[in-house]
Write a protein that binds this ligand. Sequence first.
Ligand SMILES: [Zn+2]
Length: 262
Amino acid sequence: MKRHYAPLIAAVTLSACLAAVACRTVPETGRKQVNFMNPAEEAALGLSEFNKMKQKKKISTDQAYNTLVQRVGTRLSKVMPVPNAEWEFVVFEDPSPNAFALPGGKVGVHTGLFQVSQNEAGLAAVIGHEVAHVIARHSGERMSQGIISGVAVAGAGYMLNKKTGTSGALPTAALGGAALLLNKKFSRKQELEADRMGAIFMARTGYDPRESVELWKRFAAWRVQNATKTTPTLLSSHPLDDTRISELQRYMPEALAEYKEP
Ligand SMILES: [Zn+2]
């Protein structure tokens, strides 16, 4: 999204929230967001996307990986309030250290992730983070922001066209904005929010939330070691910097308050 639309989006978010139209509160953090999507629509999109992936990508039959992912997934799913969830945890044969979660409770873990997650709590940190994006409905929020910025672009174009006498192009531009954001790139704010929520879910499940800090440190180290290789999606879409670690540490007391050592 272009930076100069940010004030407009903030204004529309505020007015939508004031009017209680398309406004919701993110669980755990209490942040207000504007979201034109509904959970059932999002879950349907997630399901169809996941089915495509299962057909396209090779599914791992590794017993140890599958047992581990099912165990962590089952434990976390009991405390993660995903709307319209039909939980499914699948391990994909893929050397890149990556994982993802789609609306509807569909979770994919790459075999390459285990070299960085290293232990059960590390894996819980990744899955907790990815599912937190779903619970916070970040994709729907991005799409809604895309629609708002698309309308903003179209609105500007319409005003311009009015002056020049040609017809407006509102629908195309509005849809263009939404399509652009369907590729699930999350904002920095959303990434930090997913970290914070993920740590809380870990703690509620009995995993030490402090392991999430260690996990992101290992990711940072992995990135340095593999700087010459192609950057995998998880890294390109996840800001691996000091801010992330320090923010996670800042919110750690909140997660630790819910953690009971097993
Ligand atoms: Zn993320």
